[in-house]
Design a protein around this ligand. Structure first.
Ligand code: ADP
Length: 268
């Protein structure tokens, strides 16, 4: 099996003697798109904060081959980009352009490289028209696109999105997932932490956390074929519910993730 790009082994973490993780193991493989879901309080945010080095846990964690500790944190940050839920907090520059330049300036890109990278990412995210605007004049969807664009502008190897894409409007959401898929094809590993199961439909693997433990883990097709998620009280994505219902009537034989595929199957 391919070597993990993120490896967590025997990790334990407590808040003031309140254990959240106890001997927790997790392997994330390169170039995969993994969703981590779980009910409130299951440990999703804590895990994200541990992985980015904000909270120190016991155990063994490596990211892109580096042991997660203060010594390697700067190196890890080059390849590991993180986007948290409050897009306002991501904004550092006075304008979108300054904001996008910020990471690259820190990484000592030349002015020409910065100019080219900004124009290329702005085109991808369709934010060319707001490059000279300040954060106060952007809507929430634009702010989230800018936050994502700045996280991706230096081509990291891993992107962690923690409850990040909820303020995108439908058009931008489609665009963002298309862009994420393209980055994945070029080698990006994506970890999406979310409570909205609709957002997991683009991932390959789904991990379900419950009280600091992994209770389900597998390809999206397998996790959604199981009725355990529904029994646990999760609100399944519409397309998955539809597939389950049609399967019940023997109209289809597996879970589909694309409405067009279902209608082709039903009418052909
Ligand atoms: P999730 O992101 O899945 O909602 P969290 O990681 O926020 O879960 O929480 C996991 C557990 O840790 C919960 O029992 C929560 O009450 C507790 N917790 C989270 N943050 C803190 C904190 N800052 N101090 C003490 N307990 C916390």
């Amino acid at each position: 099996m391919e070597k993990s790009i993120i490896k967590v082994k025997s990790m334990s973490f407590s808040y003031n003697n309140q254990p959240v993780f106890n001997n927790f193991d997790l392997d994330i493989y390169p170039k995969t798109f993994v969703s981590i879901i779980g009910r409130n309080g299951s440990g999703k945010s804590t895990l994200a904060k541990i992985l980015i080095g904000l909270y120190e846990a016991y155990g063994y964690i490596t990211i892109d081959g580096y042991l997660l500790n203060n010594f390697y944190l700067k190196k890890i940050r080059r390849s590991f980009s993180v986007c948290f839920d409050n897009a306002d907090d991501h904004f550092i520059g006075e304008t979108v352009r300054d904001d996008l330049a910020f990471t690259l300036e820190n990484l000592e890109y030349s002015p020409d490289e910065i100019k080219n990278a900004i124009s290329s990412i702005a085109k991808k995210f369709k934010i060319e028209n707001i490059l000279d605007k300040g954060p106060e004049s952007l809507n929430n969807s634009e702010k989230e696109k800018v936050a994502l664009a700045s996280s991706l502008i230096h081509n990291p190897k891993i992107l962690l999105l923690d409850e990040m894409i909820h303020k995108l409007n439908q058009t931008d959401k489609k665009l963002v997932f298309k862009i994420l898929k393209e980055y994945q094809e070029e080698g990006l590993t994506i970890i999406l932490i979310t409570h909205n199961l609709e957002d997991t439909l683009f991932s390959d693997r789904i991990i379900v956390l419950e009280q600091g433990k992994i209770i389900m883990d597998g390809p999206k097709e397998e996790v959604y074929a199981d009725d355990k998620l529904e029994k646990l009280g999760f609100n399944l994505p519409f397309i998955v519910k539809l597939s389950h219902n049609l399967k019940l009537y023997n109209l289809i034989d597996k879970i589909y993730f694309d409405e067009k595929e279902i209608s082709d199957k039903l009418w052909n």
